[in-house]
Design a binder for this molecule. Structure first.
Ligand SMILES: *Cc1c(COP(=O)(O)O)cnc(C)c1O
Length: 370
């Protein structure tokens, strides 16, 4: 069986280091928001080139707390992509604001700056570009719009730790950025976790307070907050993985290049990496009008695939009241009908990858015969 994301192999490769760190945490007597969390926050801020980072319970909370710390809520509009994981929009709704969708670029699948501009109103407060599948959005154009209309930009970088844009790290490009440490993310732990990166120290201070019940001093509460914190065990694990992430991302890029070369004339739509950014291939997705046929064949051969995302956010039941309809975002809709993810992880064996390619190519030939 060839897994879509081989987490077991990934964690086996660092098992002894992780067990040792877990033992240290166990013996330390500090289990939530202790020295390991502080070290992780500092290491990530330094690595990405920002002044601060605040670890929280998960990537969704990272978005919610950031929006709330910026004072975004009832009556406000926040523009984001309809082609992303639900949490990008859910966080906007959770703070009482309205998600406004703008279609994506057909090449990068990230939100189109021109489409964003069409959606800006006097109620617009922020933009949440999503670095989907591990490639940065068009951040210069988005930051120019933000400047022109005085908007906040919060990067949803949950799928893109280590990706770059014009040689700068994603997570350092907007006013703030949110990452997820969910196990399947390219930097993921053995549970939930997330972090906000920013150089806005007023913001990070507010988020630090929000994540522990709105306190700045224990048992003295300034606002209604949350309980959204990172555990020492996860911080310790993530510090180990932080030393591996660059080589793991390089391996993903190498495997993506192998796929691109092997599938170049196979009639599938392949991911395109823009030359001013580096894609970390959190997911390697290809497109075909015959997606179901390919998935069926791969499944029969014990090769796991995934569909990201089968239904665009503007067409979700929960957003029916927003009044969108099918056809509103043709690029996103087509992606949701045609893309599927092939096995990708730093631990995917080249021999397994070759097998995936062989099965795909055979299916392409069969389907062109009939
Ligand atoms: C995973 C993900 C999130 C949410 O992160 P969690 O840690 O699962 O809460 C948000 N946005 C995007 C684009 C994601 O992929």
């Amino acid at each position: 069986m060839i897994q879509l994301i081989d987490l077991k192999k990934q964690f086996q490769s660092v098992k002894s280091e992780i067990l040792q760190e877990i033992e240290h945490v166990l013996d330390s007597g500090q289990y939530i928001l202790g020295p390991k969390v502080r070290e992780l926050e500092k290491s990530i801020a330094t690595k990405l080139g920002v002044l601060d980072a605040v670890a929280v319970g998960n990537g969704t909370d990272a978005l919610v707390l950031t929006l709330e710390a910026y004072g975004i809520g009832n009556g406000d509009e926040v523009i984001t992509s309809p082609f992303t994981f639900f949490a990008s929009a859910e966080a906007i709704s959770r703070v009482g604001a309205t998600p406004i969708f703008a279609d994506v670029d057909p090449v990068t699948y990230t939100i189109s700056p021109a489409k964003i501009e069409e959606k800006i109103t006097s109620a617009t407060k922020a933009i949440i570009p999503v670095h989907i599948f591990g490639q940065s959005a068009d951040m210069d154009e988005i930051m120019d719009l933000a400047k022109k209309y005085q908007l906040i930009v919060i990067e949803d970088a949950c799928q893109a730790f280590g990706a770059t844009y014009k040689d700068r790290a994603v997570g350092s490009l907007g006013d703030a950025a949110c990452f997820s440490f969910f196990p399947t993310k390219n930097l993921g732990t053995l549970g939930d976790g997330g972090i906000i990166t920013t150089s806005d120290l007023e913001l990070s201070k507010k988020i630090r307070s929000l994540r522990t019940h709105g306190t700045s001093k224990k048992y003295y509460h300034d606002t209604i907050g949350y309980n959204s914190r990172l555990d020492e065990i996860h911080a310790a694990i993530l510090l180990i993985l932080l030393n591996k992430i660059d080589s793991w991302n390089d391996k993903r890029r190498e495997l993506a290049l192998r796929y691109n070369q092997a599938l170049s004339n196979a009639t599938l739509t392949l991911p395109v990496e823009k030359n001013d950014r580096s894609h970390i291939y959190h997911l390697y997705c290809v497109g075909s009008e015959k997606r179901d046929q390919f998935i069926e064949r791969l499944t029969k051969e014990d090769i796991h695939t995934g569909v990201y995302y089968p239904l665009c956010l503007h067409l979700q039941n929960v957003y029916a009241h927003l009044g969108y309809k099918k056809g509103d975002f043709p690029v996103s809709e087509k992606l949701s009908e045609t893309l599927f993810a092939l096995p990708m992880s730093p631990f995917l064996l080249e021999s397994d990858q070759d097998h995936v390619v062989k099965v795909l190519r055979r299916e392409v030939e069969n389907s062109s015969d009939n």
